[in-house]
Ligand binder design. Structure first.
Ligand code: PMP
Length: 305
């Protein structure tokens, strides 16, 4: 990733991609205390547009607040960098990664002279779960790792360290022949995927876990909004793994994963074992929204202009 042409924003400066480096004593590298965002920009109907940028920036600032990290930039400054990174790198569609981290000003848990640094980078990224996944769906397994407890690392923050748990679960899923992990919370209810929110469809109703142990996903919110506008009941509740086995449909949502059907959990086919009708409908609406084809949600897009 580091050997590329292009530009990365760090603390208000544009650095050549290859020069955007930190010291090995960077505090966040040692202890994982940092917060970040993953945002997509699409080559939409009227030009390049960032999807729900303000909501992502708001969540970045909420994450920093939860983690007690004072933000050295305003939301407007971060938004400007998130747009400019696309122009600087001549990207008409991309994944944008913004992150706040502690630098190498001090070491140890008691360091009290740390500064919050902010970086923004962007690069092209296709379907996160593979080109076929959007159409055919994925096979997932229940993870042997319990999702982070909200009193241990706090799930409302998109915090760097939270992803140790995600990576362990994902690596286990991949090593045992699945595409993704389903993570259960400490009480054994479905929480989310390693980087996606979960939905199921049963008897025409849509269910998704409450966000007690899951990230407040922006794609989740978009899909709930779109589904309700279509007249679907969307119910937030605890979901057990066997409820997913007997669901008619299931899918994951995420900025990277977009709307990805789940065709199998723990070797049980879900519904027909292919992309369900409701999933397809919501997926189509979601892609319409991100690509600027949905006038009712044009406010979700920030065009570069
Ligand atoms: N849960 C986790 C753990 C995630 O990392 C993500 C991706 N940010 C999501 C859910 C989905 O969130 P969003 O739709 O905002 O990308």
């Amino acid at each position: 990733m580091d050997d590329r042409d292009g530009f990365i924003w760090l603390d208000g400066q544009w650095l050549a991609w290859r020069d955007a480096k930190v010291h090995v004593l960077t505090h966040t590298l040692h202890y994982g205390l940092g917060v970040f965002e993953g945002i997509r920009a699409y080559h939409a109907k009227n030009g390049t547009a960032v999807f729900r940028m303000q909501e992502h920036t708001d969540r970045l600032f909420r994450s920093a607040h939860i983690m007690n990290m004072p933000m050295p930039f305003t939301k407007d400054e971060v938004n400007a960098a998130q747009c400019e990174v696309l122009r600087k790198n001549s990207l008409d569609s991309a994944y944008i990664r913004s992150m706040c981290f502690y630098g190498s000003e001090g070491m140890g848990l008691r360091a009290d002279n740390l500064k919050v640094h902010v970086m923004v980078a962007a690069w092209p990224w296709g379907a996160y779960l593979g080109a076929d996944s959007i159409e055919k769906g994925i096979r997932i397994r229940t993870s042997s790792y319990t999702r982070n407890h909200h009193n241990s690392t706090m799930c409302k923050a998109k915090a760097n360290g939270n992803y140790i748990n995600s990576i362990l679960a994902l690596q286990e899923a991949l090593a045992t022949g699945y595409d993704e992990a389903l993570m259960l919370d400490h009480e054994g209810f479905a929480a989310e995927g390693s980087a996606e929110n979960l939905f199921i469809v049963r008897n025409g109703k849509i269910y998704t876990p409450e966000t007690t142990s899951a990230l407040e996903g922006i794609t989740r919110d978009s899909v709930i909004t779109l589904a309700r506008e279509q007249g679907f009941d969307v119910i937030e509740k605890r979901i057990t793994r066997d409820e997913i086995y007997v669901a008619d449909e299931a899918f994951f949502t995420g900025s990277a994963a977009e709307v990805t059907p789940i065709r199998e959990l723990d070797n049980r086919k879900i519904g027909s074992g292919s992309r369900g009708e409701v999933t397809h409908k919501l997926q189509t609406l979601y892609f319409d929204a991100v690509n600027g084809r949905l006038d009712s949600h044009s406010d979700w897009l920030t065009y570069l202009g």
